[in-house]
Design a protein around this ligand. Structure first.
Ligand SMILES: C[S@@+](CC[C@H](N)C(=O)[O-])C[C@H]1O[C@@H](n2cnc3c(N)ncnc32)[C@H](O)[C@@H]1O
Length: 228
């Protein structure tokens, strides 16, 4: 629905489709997996610890209308904004630390795209639920659990609730205890569950990064296409 550092929009299609009627994303961000394809039709429960991110979902689910979104002002390169919803469109993880940002052409373009996507797709999310809380407070219901935490050893600044604050052993135990199926995302340094390679991502300046996955299900096993 909106631009977000680390969102899974481009690679959502590589993860197994949900086998349960409920999808829980306990590290919601922009919840690209739940939004992908027709996954959004399910009952979707989002958990997000960052109040500013949860507030965007509150607004989208309970307040916004396509018209109010369309009427939001466009951004012009060079002007300043202190709106968190604008700031996260800066296409950089440093954005999470900014209180005010100078609008770049990239940010202005990303915002224009998100405004259109949000207004045209709002009806897809109005039955969703957002809980502003720590992941560990999610109810353990039988569901498709799409678990996409801040990646271990992610260098530099990032989310307000970053990898430096995560206890990954505790997270692993918690994930293994989920009812239903677990789709767990990590990067190259995920070593706390038996992660397998999912795909190589091409980044900027020819850099590639590895996307890893841990999948466990009480349902029959899906076929996961993996590239090493
Ligand atoms: C990798 S991002 C999720 C991206 C998401 N899958 C998407 O497609 O946009 C991780 C998210 O987890 C949130 N987060 C970090 N620690 C958390 C915690 N303890 N409980 C819940 N959410 C947390 C961050 O604020 C961030 O939004």
């Amino acid at each position: 629905m909106f631009y977000y550092y680390g969102r899974k929009k481009q690679i959502a299609k590589h993860y197994p489709a949900p086998n349960y009627d409920v999808i829980v994303e306990p590290f919601a961000g922009a919840a690209a997996y739940s939004f992908h394809s027709d996954h959004w039709k399910k009952q979707v429960i989002l958990i997000e610890k960052d109040q500013r991110v949860a507030a965007i979902w509150e607004w989208l689910i309970n307040e916004a209308t396509p018209q109010t979104i369309r009427n939001l002002p466009d951004l012009k390169p060079g002007e300043k904004s202190s709106e968190f919803l604008h700031i996260i469109h800066a296409a950089t993880k440093q954005a999470f630390k900014y209180k005010t940002i100078k609008v770049t052409p990239v940010l202005a373009r990303n915002w224009e795209i998100s405004k259109r996507v949000m207004s045209e797709n709002l009806a897809k999310v109005t039955h969703w639920e957002i809980i502003c809380a720590d992941y560990s407070l999610a109810p353990n219901i039988e569901a498709t659990w799409f678990i996409d935490p801040p990646y271990k050893n992610e260098p530099g600044m990032g989310y307000h609730y970053s990898s430096a604050l995560m206890d990954y052993q505790k997270l692993a135990e918690w994930a293994k205890a989920r009812k239903g199926e677990v789709i767990f995302c990590e990067g190259l340094y995920g070593d706390y569950l038996p992660f397998k390679p999912l795909l190589n991502l091409k980044g900027i300046a020819g850099k590639t990064s590895k996307e890893m996955i841990f999948y466990r299900s009480e349902h029959e096993q899906p076929q996961i296409e993996m590239f090493t």
